[in-house]
Ligand binder design. Structure first.
Ligand SMILES: [Zn+2]
Length: 66
């Protein structure tokens, strides 16, 4: 039969991914792994702590001015 499935490994987590319509994010296993590979996921994680830091100090200076 010619029904063999092509399986690739997700570049991010190495999970087997079926190369077909059921894997819209191929060669990644999921959207999350795609974002990780693009660096967007890591970027977001880096932004969260520094943003909290800035917001915190801004709040303090605002209260000080009032
Ligand atoms: Zn993956």
């Amino acid at each position: 039969m010619d029904n063999e499935q092509t399986i690739v490994n997700c570049p991010t987590c190495r999970k087997p991914v079926i190369w077909g319509e059921e894997s819209p994010y191929r060669p990644f296993c999921s959207k999350r792994c795609q974002l990780i590979d693009l660096g967007e996921w890591a970027d977001e994680e880096k932004r969260i702590p520094s943003q909290t830091d800035i917001n915190d100090s801004e709040k303090w200076s605002e209260e000080d001015e009032r």
